[in-house]
Ligand binder design. Sequence first.
Ligand code: SF4
Length: 511
Amino acid sequence: MATIRADDLIDSVADALQYISYYHPQDFIEAMGAAYAVEESPAARDAIAQILTNSRLCAEGHRPLCQDTGIVVAFVKIGMGARIDMTGHEGQVLADLVNEGVRRAYQMPDNRLRASIVADPAFKRANTRDNTPAVTHVELVAGDAIDITVAAKGGGSENKAHFAMLNPSDSVADWVLSVVPEMGAGWCPPGMLGIGIGGSAEQAMLLAKESLMEPIDLPLLRARGASTPIEHLRLEIVDRVNALGIGAQGLGGLTTLLDVKVRDYPTHAASLPVAVIPNCAATRHVHFRLDGSGRATLAPPDLSRWPKVDWAPDTNVRRVSLDTLTREEMAGWKAGERLLVSGRLLTGRDAAHKRICALLEAGQPLPDGLSFQNRVIYYVGPVDPVGKEVVGPAGPTTANRMDRFTETMLGTAGLLAMIGKAERGHDAVDVIRQHGASYLIAVGGAAYLVAQAIRHSRVVAFAELGMEAVYEFEVSDMPVTVAVTPAGESVHESGPAAWKGRAVRIPVVPA
Ligand code: SF4
């Protein structure tokens, strides 16, 4: 019987979470490199280049790949012959040990990670401040070691999970093809889909999530050919989804999926439960084994195997001053046009918008010094800075969560433009058009690279909201793409429409 010290388990979880905060899995980075090599859509290629460059910068600088450092999910498989020595942790249970590892990892002074977890989710939504608790799944297996896989799952991709109870005669592939367009780009493609088939409702979701921990092996599968119905299903879904033309960040392009993973389990004769969960550009997971010999060691990856892609601002694109921006100037922008913006931005996301709009709708003044008149807002919740950083990784968050506030922000507060990620809803696009405003996107999953453009940062209002406070950033040559023009043209419609059917010559399900 192997005895594993509780402290080794805690330290290993903490080390693993730090490791995945800045190292992409090798298989993911190689698949992204391959996608970059074949991508023909200039906008999608630029986005992938930013993600790859961001990945290298994070690996070298040991800073988070994304400002959303995720909710921790731990899969713990305990050998029937293993025991945990709880000395110093009497009275605690396994989840407490995992949570202590999370707490230490997210509060590591040299690479402090963003605390994103809120308790009392339906009501107070109070941040727990240390990113605990994790979601811990425990299984008893054969053997006398403990196998642990930890993942840090971004909210943008987790929010796009779908589940359905299909009829037994329904097609799983058709259902997946019907939900992927609904996911939009908020899950920051290119990435993977995890699909769980069978079991019960909750087990299908768990199968989907755990399948995402498997390495990307699509090129191998293509090379040797599918030999099982599940392998055929994987290839069918990859090809049909990529034929939709969604592309990187939903800008239109050849690669939306790098791989599809499928796990199944026997189910009731009357049922066909199916779950799909996407994994985003910030794919973060690692596996380690504890056999009683001490804490796990995770070797750093060989960075010479990172694709040789060094994104730099394109000097030929339009440069824009945020300090002198006007509606007349924005009227000349084209959907899909890349810009480099400089000047002062205000930030805000869900909690700040809720407060701002409540004040405005009640006819109350905004906090001293806060005015959105002729300003541009960036939807972001940055990581706290360390060392000499102005701000930590600060990529965009999903914009359509702010759709319900858009009329008030544009019409009452006087905002000119917004920067976020992924598509806006039809109503929000209409509001943008009515006000002659604009919506721009930055690349989700390139947060550390984007942060290099931020020269100064100060809190303007709602400091108590932490990462959700309103900041003013001064940026220099921040790369963005015009996603909705003042005329109401959306690149998330025109881009995929232009690239639909070009990835592979097979029929696609109408969106
Ligand atoms: S890459 Fe996109 S979906 Fe993934 S964690 Fe970052 S912002 Fe969220």
